[in-house]
Design a protein around this ligand. Structure first.
Ligand SMILES: [Zn+2]
Length: 226
């Protein structure tokens, strides 16, 4: 991962405002891993890199709150990045063959998911490299999804939640790009607030305040509050 400054991350956050979480994720990975073309990453590998970036910036704990669909209880849960089993160094196959080779698919990239805009049929059509997507039955599409998930396990991350209030159990997905995007958003808002307070107290420029270490900014902020 390429080292980057608070000012650079803040620029990426600003550029991403108004874009979808996935598009923001591509911007973030382009900053952190300039040697790769983020939109071409297989989707699970994209999630893996975003999780590594989260670990680097905010720590390994992913803290989230869900509402119980049965009784509306707010449940806080924490998942550790290490528990998600990120193995993103093994080579992935270029294609997989289904239906006795009548259908050949490749792994979906972030670019595919972005272009399909949430339309599963369109996404499936994009990843079929040989054979006909339109003739693939729903059963074949399910088999394809299972095989792709087995190859690139972070394509879809799902947690089993049990409500402590009513006992209801259900599965909830983790949208990695949306999650990391929210964390970056909170970080940026806290940082801008700090810049505002230090600039007001000392008359320093935004550039000078952003160039300081986070530790030094926090120390000056304590002195302003003292
Ligand atoms: Zn409940």
């Amino acid at each position: 991962m390429q080292p980057f400054t608070a000012a650079q991350l803040l620029d990426v956050w600003e550029t991403g405002r108004g874009r979808t979480p996935l598009a923001c994720g591509v911007l973030l990975l382009t900053l952190a891993f300039p040697e790769i073309e983020a939109a071409s990453l297989p989707f699970g590998r994209f999630n893996a890199r975003l999780l590594r970036l989260h670990e680097q910036l905010f720590g390994a704990a992913l803290e989230s709150t869900v509402s119980c669909p049965q009784c509306a209880e707010q449940i806080e849960f924490t998942v550790n990045v290490a528990d998600l089993g990120i193995h993103d160094d093994a080579a992935l196959p270029a294609v997989i063959h289904l239906e006795d080779d009548a259908l050949t698919l490749r792994l979906p990239t972030v670019g595919d998911v972005l272009a399909a805009g949430g339309d599963a049929d369109q996404l499936f059509g994009r990843i079929v490299t040989a054979g006909s997507a339109t003739h693939a039955s729903p059963a074949v599409q399910t088999i394809a999804a299972d095989q792709l998930q087995a190859l690139d396990p972070l394509i879809s991350i799902v947690f089993r939640i049990s409500c402590p209030a009513c006992g209801h159990e259900w599965e909830t997905p983790l949208d990695v790009a949306a999650f990391v995007g929210r964390e970056v958003d909170h970080w940026a808002q806290r940082l801008l607030h700090t810049v505002h307070r230090l600039a007001s107290a000392y008359g320093w420029s935004e550039r000078d305040i952003l160039a300081m270490s986070a530790w030094r900014r926090a120390y000056y902020l304590e002195l302003v509050d003292a």
